[in-house]
Every structure is written in structure tokens, then in C-alpha cells.
Write a protein that binds this ligand. Structure first.
Ligand SMILES: [Zn+2]
Length: 204
């Protein structure tokens, strides 16, 4: 798996069935691989290394879904211990079209842009939100901001036709992945632990 490219790792799962074919199989909402787009939304530079962080958008018929919001700014406290965080905000064109937000988890490099979406539903596991409100877990103000509208889930949930949340505890106890129905094989948007590091970023 490659971590170095700003365009993200090469997808390992491809859809081979067109939506109309899937419809014949009785699958309601079907998205294509091309409907899921990866965006660089943060980068951290260490003494001798750097790591990109990613968000994903899903072009769903009911509106644009944003999976993780990356970073739009930073704080002096984050740039301690030899780490240098660089925000990479999403383009305004995308931000203005977001209808639904999902957080895989609430570490600051995955929820830093949540503040751009007051009033929009932000889907998260209940456990994750509770943990994010404890000490030293994340940047609290980036989670609880004016207008924050969290939709809390206890386990699996279908938030739009063909878009499901699936708990995947590990990196955090309340971590979740997003499964998108392609009509042939599910497409999975995930966040994984980088060996030897405590940070994560999205990977399919
Ligand atoms: Zn994390």
C-alpha cells in the first residue's frame, strides 16, 4: 500500500457492473468507483518524515457526502514535539455542495473542518463522540462548535441508500468505516493506523 502520493493509494477494488445492470439485480442505489474521490486535507511533517491525511467525497444522488473533514487551520499546541501540521482545506466548490458529513473518528486531523458545516448532519458513532469530549483526545472546539449537529449511531447504519456505516473499532474504540454499494462489490472507505505512528489517514 502506498502512503506517499497526494492523490492517495491506488484503489484495490473496482466496480465492474454498471448501475443499470445492478438495478436489474434489485440494488436500489448504486454508485460507481468514480463517484468516490480522494482529497488531501492535511499533512504532518516530522523530523525525518511526513504523512498526508485524506478525506473522501461521495457523489450521491441525494447530495454530496464528505467522509472526514481534514484540517482547515492549526494551533500552536499541535506543532509541539517536533510535529509540523499543514492544513489543506477543501475547495469552496466542494464545501458548498456538502449535504452529509461522516467522521470515521474524531482525532483532530479528521474533524478539523467540521466547523464549516453547522446545521448539517454529521454522522459519528456515539462512543466516538463521547470519547472526543474527554481530555487530551482531540481539539474539543473543532468538535463542539456553534451549530454542530451530530447524528450518533450505536453500530451499523444506512445513512443514505447504498451508503452504510460499519463500526470498526481498533484505531479508536468508536472508529467506523463507510461501505458504498457499487452493485458488484462494496467500496470501503477506511482509516488505518500507520505502523510505528499514532496518526491515521483515510485509505480504501
Ligand atoms: Zn486518528
Amino acid at each position: 500500500m502506498s502512503y506517499g502520493s497526494p492523490s492517495g493509494p491506488t484503489p484495490r477494488i473496482m466496480s465492474h457492473v454498471r448501475p443499470e445492470q445492478a438495478a436489474e439485480r434489485g440494488v436500489d442505489a448504486v454508485l460507481r468507483r468514480d463517484d468516490i474521490v480522494r482529497h488531501l486535507t492535511s499533512e504532518v511533517i516530522f523530523t525525518d518524515d511526513s504523512l498526508p491525511g485524506f478525506s473522501d467525497t461521495i457523489e450521491h444522488p441525494d447530495g454530496l457526502v464528505l467522509v472526514d473533514t481534514g484540517m482547515i487551520d492549526t494551533t500552536p499546541a499541535l506543532n509541539e514535539d517536533g510535529e509540523e501540521w499543514h492544513p489543506h482545506p477543501l475547495p469552496d466548490e466542494l464545501v458548498s455542495r456538502v449535504a452529509v458529513v461522516v467522521n470515521t473518528h474524531l482525532h483532530f486531523d479528521h474533524c478539523g473542518g467540521n466547523r464549516l458545516f453547522p446545521g448539517l448532519p454529521i454522522h459519528v458513532q456515539r462512543r466516538e463522540l463521547a470519547d472526543a469530549r474527554t481530555e487530551d483526545y482531540t481539539v474539543r472546539e473543532w468538535v463542539d462548535f456553534p451549530g454542530a449537529t451530530y447524528v450518533e449511531h450505536d453500530g451499523e447504519a444506512e445513512i443514505l441508500p447504498g451508503v452504510r456505516l460499519l463500526p470498526a473499532p481498533g484505531h479508536t474504540a468508536g472508529h467506523q468505516i463507510v461501505v458504498v454499494e457499487s452493485g458488484y462489490r462494496p467500496l470501503v472507505i477506511d482509516a488505518i493506523v500507520v505502523p510505528g505512528k499514532t496518526r491515521t489517514f483515510a485509505a480504501r
